[in-house]
Design a protein around this ligand. Structure first.
Ligand SMILES: Nc1nc2c(ncn2[C@@H]2O[C@H](COP(=O)(O)OP(=O)(O)O)[C@@H](O)[C@H]2O)c(=O)[nH]1
Ligand SMILES: [Mg+2]
Length: 225
């Protein structure tokens, strides 16, 4: 069987303490496949981009937010399977095997869920857990989906799928927009359990209330778009 070409798409902002361990962590998983690692860097003030480049990753820049970084990364990716993940070492490289298998089994999108048996999170305070539940329920109610998680960035896409979703969210609304547009476009979506570890080093960039409001807007806007 021909090995699929993998594109690993990683948005980064000031992740110099994590990026080396991240790339070292995923290399053993992807080394048996033809692959590319694409870092979309938000003009980090530290050495994130230099380190990534020195380890063989392609670096592109984006000055807007996590959403626009992902959208640009998806456009640049040439793989048969595109995998998005965060750079803060929250996502376990081994789970990539499940994300690859989901696409090989015929799904369009395979997305990690912290709320399926086997999943979980060490990086989700109670109020975020509550907010996430509200967003999941709202999306399922409005769009008729059956998601168990919403704002999670560890995913895989079959070739061409990510670019067909018409994504517009520039910031942290992107994960929600992907789930909604996947449902609206009748993509075959598989949720798989995923365990989110604590961010390793540095600061989380998501601001619960500001970004919560953006996610809520995303849920409403997509009713028309
Ligand atoms: N390019 C880019 N990446 C970002 C931006 N904000 C966050 N990221 C990256 O997106 C990923 C998730 O961000 P993080 O702060 O861990 O979010 P949280 O886990 O939801 O608190 C990390 O790899 C960040 O470096 C941004 O404005 N631009
Ligand atoms: Mg994080």
């Amino acid at each position: 069987m021909k090995m699929p070409y993998l594109s690993i798409v990683i948005p980064t902002l000031n992740e110099e303490k994590n990026i080396r361990a991240l790339i070292n962590g995923i290399k053993p998983i992807i080394s048996g496949y033809p692959h590319e690692i694409i870092i979309i860097d938000g003009h980090s003030k530290d050495r994130t981009a230099q380190i990534a480049r020195s380890m063989g990753a392609k670096v592109i820049y984006d000055s807007v937010g996590k959403g626009s970084a992902l959208i640009n990364g998806f456009k640049a990716a040439k793989g048969d399977i595109i995998i998005s993940m965060d750079a803060d070492l929250s996502h376990r490289p081994n789970e990539m095997k499940i994300l690859i298998a989901g696409i090989e089994a015929g799904y369009d999108i395979c997305v990690g869920s912290r709320f399926l048996t086997g999943g979980g999170s060490d990086d989700m305070p109670a109020f975020r857990r509550f907010g996430n539940k509200v967003f999941v329920s709202l999306v399922n109610l409005i769009y008729g989906s059956k998601y168990t998680d919403m704002c999670y960035g560890y995913r895989s896409f079959a070739k061409g799928v990510a670019n067909r979703l018409g994504l517009k969210e520039m910031g942290f609304g992107i994960e929600t927009e992907i789930n909604i547009q996947a449902q609206k476009n009748r993509m075959k979506v598989l949720e798989v359990p995923s365990y989110e570890k604590l961010r390793a080093a540095g600061q989380g960039k998501l601001r619960s209330f500001k970004d919560g409001a953006i996610i809520l807007k995303t849920i409403m806007h997509n009713m028309h778009g």
